[in-house]
Design a protein around this ligand. Structure first.
Ligand code: 5AD
Ligand code: SF4
Length: 462
């Protein structure tokens, strides 16, 4: 009886996402993979047939957050069981990768654990879980390759979309779990990416952000018929995707300073669809700390890359990541970080207190920095970065910037979009402009957004 209603009806899927954009993308991908099994996304775990916690390991206490969420899910799962139904609880993502066995031991509420390398097997795992409970499924299929199903079926949400081109990292920065949880660097073939980008463009996507943990290390199989010239780098991929009609803007993130090659720098000068925004983490301004972090670059090398990028594209907005309080960081080392921030002048940045990730080399280092000291340094760094962000945004006042309108704004009659420099822009404009690009005369700026009127009449927008 139950089998029939379950296989005919829709199933409720609740995904909770922690962490980075890569995880947001992965969650959307999991939802797409599970749609053919009859799963529809819902906003709350209550009554859900499948709950996925897509976890992130990059911050401290990530695992603890997952365990407390699992504690909250237990009564919901029990309530469902009392009603004769089943809730499958899955832990996905980097915490799952790192602590699979431990999760099963500590939280019996969990049915499945899957790391980022095996998302393609999710439908199979879910199907098996259903079968184990004696349920039949509306549809089952095998997925041969990690991204295959996505090439055809992908729910787009507005005119800006993410597209994963690369995964994993071989850099092994001593503070970071990514090389352990996401595995070795791996690039998707050019043809596969192009096919997905074309589908996105046909669905109304105007801007794509190419994603990868180490995106500028991209080295993908060339398109069929390329004459056997060997793998393509990111610059070539960007120029290739720029030829797709309808795609107006291309971005990529996150890059490593060591992999900023001449071709990619030249693309900023020569490819108008490549937006003038570069997220290039430096982590520290001290060579001693950069060495201890195994970053494989010096402060001078980083500044040299920034100078080359600025020579190619003078207006480019530079963004970065910083870690304060890495083991052994002295006040002098921290002063070097403030100095590199002064030298670069960031448009935007992300900064963190160093947090111990068990299993990484830095976790074993002596001379861990006192928490209060880290907090004090982070506040000083953020004060400086915040000031630079204010200045970068204020410098746009009086300019006409092309804005891609992405969605309705908070206020009635208002739209929210992005400038070429990735700034949020709020504009009074008709909803018909969502998905188009039009010039906005910037009249006001705060730390987090710009605003102003349309510089052209709504009918002139492209
Ligand atoms: N502690 C603090 N910040 C970290 N990051 C990565 N690992 C750690 C850690 N153990 C930060 C880095 C990286 C960003 C994604 O997260 O700045 O660039
Ligand atoms: Fe982690 Fe980035 Fe370093 Fe790779 S390059 S180890 S992802 S911080």
């Amino acid at each position: 009886m139950r089998e029939e209603t379950r296989s005919a009806g829709k199933r409720r899927l609740f995904i909770k996402t922690y962490g980075c954009q890569m995880n947001v993308y992965d969650s959307a991908r999991m939802a797409d993979l599970l749609a053919p099994l009859g799963y529809e996304s819902v906003d709350a775990p209550d009554g859900a047939d499948l709950v996925i916690l897509n976890t992130c390991h990059i911050r401290e206490k990530a695992a603890e957050k997952v365990y407390s969420e699992l504690g909250r899910l237990r009564p919901l799962k029990e309530a469902k069981a009392e009603a004769g139904e089943r809730m499958i609880v899955t832990v996905a993502g980097c915490v799952a990768q790192a602590e699979g066995e431990e999760i099963r031991r500590r939280a019996p509420v969990v049915d499945l654990v899957t790391g980022p390398q095996s998302y393609h097997r999710l439908p199979e795992m879910i199907a098996k879980a259903h079968r184990a409970a004696g349920e039949t499924l509306a549809a089952e299929f095998a997925v041969d390759e990690k991204f295959d199903r996505l090439a055809g079926a992908r729910a787009v949400d507005g005119p800006a979309a993410f597209l994963t081109v690369q995964e994993g990292c071989d850099k092994f920065c001593t503070f970071c779990v990514v090389p352990y949880t996401r595995g070795a660097e791996w690039s998707r073939p050019v043809d596969q990416i192009t096919a997905e980008a074309r589908i996105l463009a046909a669905q109304g996507v105007r801007e794509i952000t190419l994603l990868g943990q180490n995106v500028n290390a991209y080295l993908g199989a060339p398109p069929a018929g390329d004459g056997g010239e060997g793998a393509w780098g990111l610059a070539r991929l960007v120029r290739h995707l720029a030829k797709i009609d309808g795609l107006e803007r291309i971005r990529f993130t996150t890059s490593h300073p060591r992999d900023m090659d001449d071709a990619l720098i030249a693309a900023f000068a020569e490819e108008p669809k490549l937006m003038p925004y570069l997220h290039l983490p430096v982590q520290s301004g001290s060579d001693k700390i950069l060495t201890a972090m195994n970053r494989r670059h010096t402060a001078a090398h980083y500044l040299d890359v920034i100078a080359q990028v600025r020579a190619a594209r003078p207006d480019i907005a530079i963004s970065g990541d910083f870690i304060v309080g890495f083991p052994g960081e002295t006040e002098t080392d921290f002063a070097d970080t403030l100095a590199i921030v002064e030298a670069v002048n960031y448009a935007q940045a992300f900064s963190f207190k160093y947090s111990v990730r068990p299993g990484t080399p830095a976790a074993e280092m002596t001379r861990q920095v006192d928490e209060a000291e880290k907090g004090e340094r982070l506040a000083r760094l953020q004060e400086l970065l915040g000031r630079q962000q204010d200045e970068f945004n204020a410098a746009q006042i009086g300019k006409a910037l092309p804005v891609l309108f992405e969605k309705s704004g908070k206020r009635e009659g208002q739209l929210a979009g992005r400038s070429p420099y990735l700034q949020a822009v709020h504009v009074d404009a008709p909803e018909t402009l969502i998905g188009s690009i039009a010039d906005v005369r910037i009249e006001a700026a705060t730390r987090y957004a710009l605003s102003g009127p349309l510089a052209v009449s709504a009918s002139e927008a492209v």
